[in-house]
Design a protein around this ligand. Structure first.
Ligand code: NDP
Length: 280
């Protein structure tokens, strides 16, 4: 049976350290602040925003929430971002994605001051990640790296397979593994022989968005399996992209869903907010 990589436990430890760091910063007159912007009433987005706000409260980070109606125009949203870019109490700006269809996500992301871009989605920050000299790392891939380190696994020289190539998870994840000298393969919907490719991996990161998609027969004995997926298959049931039951019998270490990558993502957002306050 695989070792369980509990993001819940690791993130609690990180948050405790951050709490002390925030208290020490406040004594020096530095008050980290995060603005969270949500447009519309997507229930999943609401849950994520609430947990981000709660994490700020727990750590003593100042936060502001901007809940805008689903009818908000592009101009209104850009104007809010401009205000937040110049607001001195705010060090980090997070616009919860996805945005309603009539809004252009790309130009919204580009409007955020890169120094306040705690999600690290702005092209300036994406470019910095590419060259390997960065301040902010996208929160989910950063959380995944922490969990891999936590499993005691050296990435250097290992076969790493990332399934998914989104800008927010798959691509930055692959770069972070590469920076640690992993031999990285990125799989996507056009990949042939997915099973054979995944089976080669010492480290598997699944970010597909398909419930229980990666099964135990695709996993090499002893591999580290990180499940980024969050799929709601019933009102109160969340599952990952990995079929935990079969994969955990073969893997050396595996993340659960929930309680794996999810809480790590929030801890990394807090870390980026504190970093943003220090940079500014
Ligand atoms: P996207 O939908 O943006 O990307 C999914 C990727 O999976 C795409 O690159 C797609 O390929 C690939 N894919 C789809 N079908 C297949 C297939 N049959 N075989 C191989 N690859 C396939 O999703 P995200 O990256 O935004 O998110 C992925 C998952 O992670 C979701 O479940 C999401 O909810 C979760 N998530 C969790 C977070 C957390 O905090 N734990 C944070 C962010 C996301 P192609 O590019 O060819 O279409």
């Amino acid at each position: 049976m695989a070792k369980i990589l509990s993001g819940k436990e690791v993130s609690a430890r990180i948050k405790e350290e951050l709490k002390q760091e925030v208290a020490a910063l406040k004594e020096k007159g530095i008050f980290p602040g995060l603005a969270v912007v949500i447009v519309g009433d997507d229930p999943a987005s609401r849950v994520y925003v609430n947990s981000k706000k709660k994490a700020c409260e727990d750590l003593g980070i100042y936060s502001e929430e901007y809940a805008l109606s689903a009818e908000t125009t592009q101009e209104e949203l850009l104007s809010l971002i401009d205000t937040l870019n110049h607001k001195k109490e705010i060090n980090g700006i997070l616009v919860q994605l996805p945005l309603p269809k009539h809004l252009d996500e790309e130009s919204v992301i580009q409007a955020i001051d890169p120094k306040k871009d705690v999600d690290a989605f702005h092209p300036v920050n994406v470019g910095k990640i590419m060259v390997g000299n960065y301040d902010f790392v996208p929160c989910t891939p950063a959380g995944v790296m922490e969990l891999i380190h936590e499993s005691g696994i050296e990435v250097s020289g290992k076969e790493c397979v990332v399934i998914g190539r989104s800008n927010i998870v798959g691509k930055p994840q692959a770069m972070l593994l590469l920076h640690e000298n992993g031999t990285v393969t990125i799989c996507h919907s056009r990949t042939k022989d997915l099973k054979e490719t995944v089976k080669r991996a010492d480290i598997v990161v699944a970010a597909v968005g398909k419930p229980n998609f990666i099964t135990g027969d695709m996993i090499k004995e002893g591999a580290v399996v990180i499940d980024v997926g969050i799929n709601r298959i019933a009102p109160k049931t969340l599952v990952g992209d990995v079929d935990f039951e079969s994969a955990s019998k073969v893997a050396g270490a595996i993340t659960p869903v929930p309680g794996g990558v999810g809480p790590m993502t929030i801890a990394m957002l807090m870390k980026n907010t504190v970093k943003a306050a220090l940079i500014q």
